[in-house]
Structure formats: structure tokens, C-alpha cells
Design a protein around this ligand. Sequence first.
Ligand code: FAD
Length: 118
Amino acid sequence: TRPENCPPDVEQLGRATWTFLHTTAAYYPENPSPNQRSNMLSLLQSLPVLYPCTHCATHLGDNMKSHPPDVSSRATLSRWLCERHNEVNEKLGKKKFDCGVKSLDERWKDGPADGSCD
Ligand code: FAD
């Protein structure tokens, strides 16, 4: 196994980035202000330009052309992001995630009802 202090590989970078993006979406307002919407749009649109895995960035950029981000609410953003992540899962032969608000909130915001993450 690689030592902990190595630069991130594509998998580690991916997990860290999805964690940041899904968590940020989970806490995004139900009714975002124009300023919040425009900053979220900039954050998402910067990924195909700046994400430091070139083939990942290209794939996401192509995907975003046919599926532009919907930053109008927490619900629409969380679902949009889940669907983009699922396209990567599909490409890599990983299982698809349930993009319903309940599953997303349990995974990224509230934790399971049994309190095992409290
Ligand atoms: P990850 O896919 O990193 O997921 C982390 C956790 O998120 C999972 O354990 C699960 O609990 C949860 N999760 C899974 N799916 C969803 C979903 N749809 N919605 C919400 N939560 C979910 N790797 C490549 O090899 N090629 C690529 O082209 C590529 N493109 C990428 C593009 C982007 C924008 C990002 C951020 C990453 C990309 N990656 C790519 C990395 C890849 O997506 C994974 O992060 C990496 O393979 C590690 O996978 P993992 O199995 O640990 O879980």
C-alpha cells in the first residue's frame, strides 16, 4: 500500500472531490440568492477547466454540455450532481447511487436513522 503522505492518485482525488461537492450541495440553500447561484455555477463550471485529472475533466465537460447544472435549489443541485457522479460510476463499472433526496441526505448530511454515525 502507498504511504499516506503521497500525492493523491485519481481515486483519492475523486473521493475527496465528491465528498466536497456532495456535502456542499447537501447544505446549499433551498432558496439560494442570485449571488449564491452564480458562485455555485462558477464552482461547477470551473471543474472541466481546472480539475487535475485531464481525462476526468474532459469527460465531465462533455457530460455537462448535454446536462447543464441546475443551481436553482438544494434539491435540483443535489440530484444533478448525483446524476453526473452516476455517469462516472457507470463508465467505471461501479454501482449506481439512488439519487432520491432521502438517500442523498442520509449519505451526505443526516446519517442513517439508527444513529450509527452520530
Ligand atoms: P467514489 O465514486 O469516489 O464515491 C465516494 C462515495 O460517494 C461512495 O462511497 C458513495 O457512498 C457515494 N456515492 C457514490 N455514487 C454517488 C452518487 N451518484 N451520488 C452521491 N453519492 C454517491 N475516475 C476515473 O477513473 N475516470 C474518470 O473519468 C473520472 N472522472 C471523475 C470526474 C469527477 C468530477 C470526479 C470528482 C471524479 C472522477 N473520477 C474518475 C474518480 C471516480 O469518480 C472515483 O472518485 C474513484 O474511482 C474512487 O471511487 P470510490 O469507489 O472510492 O467512490
